[in-house]
Design a protein around this ligand. Structure first.
Ligand code: ADP
Length: 544
């Protein structure tokens, strides 16, 4: 038909082209592994990404070849986001907190051709380099002056800054190709079985970026200064490097210094307005600010997701720091964003207490994500029914099948089963009550462990709490609360159990409490309840 719109593929390189043209002077600030603070602009990012793209082509990297990174959040990592995907090859971000055996397994499975690494991970690279099957080049993300002697043991070692310096930046144009081409690859942490790869496309990434930046999602603009604490190896830092380019926001990268003090310094010195991370990260940061009586002078909102944000944390951020928490939910298989808890007009007239009720939920679906909750028979539970069930999703940035078809057909009638148990209220606000595998089944009824953890987390002496199923002779399973106390704080089992009075149905109250030094955290900073279940598999609950 005459008179249609232009047909342009949605490509990741277009984000960089836009940022360079419209925000060339905007800054990207990184705390480097080398120890200093590095500053550059979107103009530099674009130029260096082009040169790195050429260097990759000179190494004979072809479209759809996988190029891996083992790196912190930093400007070089961001350059690779664009250089690698921009030439049609696939950026595979590997989680450096994985065991060396898992890194080898993942690199082999992905058939990585080149692996870029931060110097922090040199010992890990030394351990895995002789064992991987497909990696032809190992690139240290530094310059020659900072290369330690020990790096000489790595075979086929290249230096990042040499690769860039070896290429001109004159006539390079980003290639145009099908928007359905693969752009990046991220493996799920695989709490059960081997990790599975989730393969994003240019199209899925661009659509996700547009939706993520919207006011009722992450609400990003050219006036923002974004510090993603969430790692770039964890679902592309929830899309923030792409969102920053699209909006022209200033970007601040913390590198490997993720302790409360280092993060706080960067928040203040760079005037960060927006941050994002999992609850355990904020736990550490708030511990530092509380102990030193510090406030945030510019940060006004932070996105918290990856696991349920305890309501007590949302309240602390608001009342003590004037920071609004955007509680968000998603998963690797969803690029990752699915919902964000932001207000509708009618909430604006509510009291703060009523607003907390909204903020505590994981939120409304952002456009592009269709979600529903189904019962045991697969029938949809209508919005507004106070009943939880399996949460299913579909949309253009949601997985159809895992990389290489691992796990077979995962969709149910076109919907992806998230493995989460949730309910959705009449206005579409979703609340995760549990993960299917963490649910506690007591006498045939389900008890949601997140609720129980959230209550414990509101107790002033509790630093971290996990609630797991313990075997029970009569009820099959009963809740066991595992608690890490705050340093110097005291609380007894009886006091904690009494703390549940009136806050929850009596039969949901944990049967027992155990105090531990630490709760195991996974590679993305989440509590590993499967490890706890293993640890307490023979635990004898008191029989009343
Ligand atoms: P995994 O931890 O399985 O490797 P992801 O990092 O993709 O993978 O985590 C996705 C899961 O994390 C979700 O299915 C959900 O169980 C949990 N999750 C993410 N955000 C939230 C949230 N805001 N509240 C509760 N659970 C969450």
């Amino acid at each position: 038909m005459f008179g249609l719109m232009q047909s342009q593929p949605l490509l990741i390189s277009s984000l960089l082209v836009h940022a360079e043209r419209h925000h060339p002077e905007q800054e990207i600030v990184s705390r480097r592994v080398e120890g200093d603070i590095h500053r550059c602009t979107y103009r530099d990012l674009a130029s260096r990404s082009r040169r790195m793209a050429r260097a990759l082509q000179a190494l004979n990297i072809k479209p759809s070849d996988r190029v891996a990174t083992l790196a912190w959040n930093g400007y070089r990592h961001m350059e690779l986001y664009f250089a690698v995907s921009g030439i049609g090859s696939v950026l595979h971000t590997v989680n450096p907190r994985l065991h060396p055996d898992q890194v080898v397994w993942i690199a082999d499975h992905a058939e990585d051709q080149v692996l870029f690494f931060d110097l922090t991970f040199l010992p890990l690279i030394a351990a895995v380099a002789p064992r991987t099957k497909t990696v032809k080049h190992w690139v240290a993300m530094t310059d020659r002056a900072h290369l330690p002697e020990s790096a000489a043991s790595i075979p086929n070692l290249l230096v990042y800054e040499d690769l860039i310096a070896g290429q001109p930046d004159d006539t390079f144009e980003w290639p145009t190709f099908d928007e359905q081409s693969a752009s990046s690859l991220c493996y799920t942490s695989g709490t059960t079985g081997n990790p599975k790869g989730v393969l994003y496309s240019h199209r899925s990434t661009l659509l996700h970026t547009m939706a993520a930046a919207l006011p009722d999602a992450l609400n990003c603009s050219a006036r923002d200064v974004i510090l993603p604490v969430v790692p770039m190896f964890h679902v592309n830092a929830w899309g923030l490097p792409y969102v920053a380019c699209m909006t022209g926001a200033k970007m601040v990268f913390p590198g490997g210094a993720l302790d409360g003090k280092s993060l706080y310094e960067l928040f203040e010195s760079e005037k960060v307005t927006l941050s994002a991370g999992v609850p355990t990260v904020w736990q550490a940061l708030l511990g530092h600010t509380a102990a030193n009586n510090l406030k945030f002078s510019t940060m006004r909102r932070t996105v918290i997701g990856g696991s349920a944000c305890p309501p007590a944390m949302i309240r602390t951020f608001k009342e003590q720091y004037d920071v609004d928490v955007i509680h968000a939910w998603g998963m690797t298989e969803m690029s990752p964003l699915g919902t964000a808890s932001t207000f509708k007009t009618r909430h604006l007239g509510m009291t703060q207490e009523e607003r907390y009720e909204v903020m505590n939920r994981q939120g409304r679906a952002i456009f592009g994500v269709d979600m529903k909750v189904v019962d045991e028979d697969g029938r949809e539970i209508p919005f507004g029914t106070d009943k939880s069930g399996d949460l299913l999703v579909r949309g253009p940035w949601i997985l159809r099948q895992y990389f290489k078809g691992e796990g077979g057909d995962v969709l149910r009638d076109g919907w992806f089963p998230t493995g989460d148990v949730a309910k959705i209220d009449a206005e579409g606000y979703m609340l995760i009550t549990d993960r299917t595998k963490d649910v506690i089944k007591s006498g045939g009824e389900w008890i949601g462990s997140i609720d129980l953890e959230n209550i414990a987390m509101a107790h002033p002496a509790v630093a971290m709490a996990a609630c797991i199923a313990a075997k029970h002779p009569k009820w099959d399973e009963r809740p066991l609360l595992v608690v890490v106390k705050k340093p110097g704080a005291e609380v007894t089992r009886e006091e904690l159990i009494a703390f549940y009075d009136g806050k929850i149905a009596k039969w949901w109250t944990p049967d027992d409490v155990v105090f531990v030094e630490a709760i195991p955290l996974g590679a993305t900073g989440k509590m590993q309840k499967n490890k706890l279940r293993e640890q307490f598999k023979d635990y004898q609950l008191p029989t009343a």
